[in-house]
Ligand binder design. Sequence first.
Ligand SMILES: Nc1ncnc2c1ncn2[C@@H]1O[C@H](COP(=O)(O)OP(=O)(O)OP(=O)(O)O)[C@@H](O)[C@H]1O
Length: 296
Amino acid sequence: MTSSNALVQVRDLEKSYGDGNAVDGISFDIHEGETFALLGPNGAGKSTTIEILEGYRDRTGGDVQVLGVDPQRGGLDWKSQLGIVLQSTGESGNVTVLEQLTHFANYYPHPRKVGEVIEAVGLSSKAKTRISKLSGGQRRRVDVALGIIGRPRLLFLDEPTTGFDPEARRQFWGLINQLKDEGTTILLTTHYLDEAATLADRAGVIVGGKLVDIGAIDDIGGHGAKVPLVRWQQEGFVKEVRTAEPSALAARLYAEAGREVDSLEITRPSLEDIYLELVGRHSRPGSAQATAEDTA
Ligand SMILES: Nc1ncnc2c1ncn2[C@@H]1O[C@H](COP(=O)(O)OP(=O)(O)OP(=O)(O)O)[C@@H](O)[C@H]1O
């Protein structure tokens, strides 16, 4: 089960805060150079998992290796190879964006150029503004800048684009693609499924502390999940059929009708559709909490 190029190895991870396990026996690897998304509803256990990997939280059980080190024993040298964007925005501070980044750049052996990072997160016009005077979305960009200033080998992004406007989110995606091209390994949590579909190579879906699916983004949900849906109207009723050959069905309907088929639509389930189905299935009271291993 151990793979040689895994920068992150998680085996049977458990975390209990007292009553029941918030993280209940999850296992996954993150390989060098890949972007891995942890997906799941509020309270699923994503932040707890990511904080254990960052060394901010101790685990209750299982084994974890990050860059070959148990995070509970990670020293400064280990920490300097990590970039961390926590879920909550950092302190607003009375310093400017430029001052804050220059200060943090000094902690790292090979930091990026401060000006380049400020430009990459779209804050050039705010470089000399105090962080306390920035908007929520602009402060979030400072968090992202602080996460990448040290040129991390492994970058943790916990809901990095919360509060970003759509343009800033696209700009952030461009930045992440640049980091990926440079070989940065990334662990991302996000509630934006389009963000996960755009950025991640693989994903794990956590529900109630258990990993219910894991795989390449296109494989999440299993074989049947991406089968297109053909919908049309016939004699006043909406009809729906899932088929791997939607054009053939559309052609047959057209031939049978002898004219345009009313309200004909062919749609493919998005990652969000597949995710919602998966989470719904595993969240239902009394549902068998099948794990990724069970369904693989
Ligand atoms: N410090 C804590 N003390 C007690 N319980 C906690 C603590 N932190 C998290 N929990 C609980 O652990 C569970 C998992 O929380 P976690 O923050 O890991 O979820 P999440 O998947 O990151 O959710 P979100 O999408 O809302 O950020 C939740 O039920 C939460 O209430």
